[in-house]
Design a protein around this ligand. Structure first.
Ligand code: NAD
Length: 456
């Protein structure tokens, strides 16, 4: 098996030159990356079209534009993030001052998936560079054209001892995991997340795991059905449902189910046309294997909308299945495709119970006009993050750290969250030598009595 020891050693040596600790160096690197992404915009759009049939609109809004925005935000704020943060000091420490220093881990490994093959490789890299690390990126083998462009951009921007892209599949990933990195950032499936964490545990390497799961979307009886339908249709069928935070399934209140489904049908027609299989801008399924897996779900429940496929083009229409229960095969694992199962409920407690009996989702969405109903769900269900009256949109705010909980992930990123994820937080007490409060010492008269005044 090929090893990557020399690459990691070269990066470690480069890290030890302290060049990446210089904030001006980091800013220059981020600016260089930004120019390159702009320069490669068309090539990225072409590669995303070739790998997944992503439209230029989706390629820009969910991948290229997202990365540019993350770069702009990071460049703007980095100078303030890198400063040691002054925090309070308790009275027991009188005379001293307290700070949190952010220091880079060293050499980071970033492993990314195929569904947003550009964004999910580059967004973590922005955090890694901002925090002063060197990085190795292993993009997905299932989107080879985009991964090649990622490699081209990075090799033109940076020397390999600072940032390197390693192309390859599972074997390459496993060979990289044998090396000693200082932090690992993985985006992908729950099953592979466990493999990553196990490999990291052997060397006590900290991990950030951005995983998946079944993200519920609730449409309550008082929801604005037209708005809900459009936002759900967009969140579900962007990238043909191959989005980690897409609504995986719907819970719709029985009173509004029929009305809502009519609105959903109208929204699909509005966004993707009467014949989505003929729409040249509808994303395809990434591989034959994923297509086969999804096609078997079309047998579940009753088809309310869609259901048609084009096997040769690996395309599946936006599909809505009703009369679904937790016992249907489609409800076992994350769907990760354009099929939306719908369950009905009467009481909110059924929804809370149903979700609570399954692994913690990455996202949750609730549509309601009643703030208390929303709060009831937010406070009783554990999930990574989500929206009230929207889907997916929380992902795009640099002020909201993004990540999962339980099996949907460990850690978070985006905006300052990315900088923090790639930084060790070093707590420092700066003590004065002018005074020396005696009560901590064992030889003080009535020491125990005195210390009890402060520690109680
Ligand atoms: P995956 O786990 O199969 O692969 C992800 C990466 O891991 C790829 O680079 C792949 O080469 C590598 N890999 C695969 N098998 C491996 C193994 N045995 N050992 C080491 N490395 C291995 O995931 P995927 O199919 O590319 O992506 C889809 C999954 O990613 C979904 O579950 C989705 O929910 C999740 N996802 C999560 C987020 C998030 O931000 N939380 C974003 C996108 C996708």
């Amino acid at each position: 098996m090929k090893t990557y020891q020399s690459l990691v050693t070269a990066q470690r040596n480069f890290f030890q030159t302290d060049q990446t600790r210089d904030v001006a160096f980091r800013l220059t690197a981020l600016e260089t990356l930004r120019s390159a992404v702009m320069q490669y915009e068309q090539e990225l759009m072409d590669s995303l079209r070739a790998d997944l049939n992503k439209s230029e609109f989706e390629a820009y809004s969910t991948e290229i534009g997202f990365v540019l925005e993350e770069l702009r935000f990071t460049i703007k704020h980095l100078a303030s993030w890198v400063k040691p943060q002054k925090v309070k000091t308790p009275v027991t420490h009188i005379g001293s001052k307290s700070y949190i220093y952010s220091e880079p881990y060293g050499v980071a490994l970033i492993i990314s998936p195929w569904n947003y093959p550009f964004q999910l490789a580059l967004a973590p890299l922005i955090g890694a560079i901002a925090a002063g690390n060197c990085a190795v990126i292993k993009p997905s083998e299932l989107t080879p054209k985009t991964s090649e462009v990622v490699e081209k951009i990075i090799s033109e921007c940076f020397p390999r001892e600072f940032v390197a892209v390693v192309l390859g599949g599972v074997g390459t990933s496993q060979a990289l995991l044998k090396e000693h990195f200082d932090t690992i950032f993985f985006t992908g499936s729950v099953a592979v997340g466990k493999i990553i964490m196990e490999a990291a545990a052997k060397q006590l390497i900290p991990v950030t795991l951005e995983l998946g799961g079944k993200s519920p979307c609730i449409v309550h009886e008082d929801a604005d059905l037209r708005v809900a339908a459009k936002r759900i249709a967009w969140g579900k069928w962007t990238n043909a449902g191959q989005t980690c935070i897409a609504p995986d399934y719907l819970y719709v209140h029985e009173k509004v189910k029929d009305k809502f489904l009519q609105q959903l049908r109208a929204a699909v027609i509005e966004l993707y046309g009467e014949e989505p299989l003929q729409n040249s801008n509808f994303t395809r399924i990434v591989s034959e294997r994923h297509f086969q897996r999804l096609a078997t779900f079309l047998e579940n429940g009753v088809t309310f909308l869609g259901g048609q496929v084009n096997r040769d083009a690996l395309r599946i229409e936006p599909t809505v299945l009703t009369k679904i229960t937790w016992d249907d095969p489609i409800m076992e694992d994350e769907i990760f495709g354009p099929i939306l199962p719908v369950m009905e409920y009467r009481e909110l407690s059924e929804v809370i119970d149903g979700i609570g009996h399954h692994p913690k989702p990455l996202s949750l969405y609730i549509f309601t006009e009643n703030g208390q109903t929303a709060e009831e769900v937010l406070s009783s269900v554990s999930f990574g993050g989500g929206c009230v009256n929207d889907t997916v949109y929380h992902f795009a705010s640099p002020y909201l750290p993004f990540g999962g909980v339980g099996t949907s992930g460990i850690g978070s990123y985006h905006g300052k969250g990315s900088f923090d994820t790639f930084s060790h937080k070093k707590s420092i007490l700066k003590q004065t030598t002018r005074i020396d409060i005696p009560f901590r010492y064992p030889n003080v008269k009535d020491g125990l009595k005195k210390i009890k005044i402060f520690l109680k």
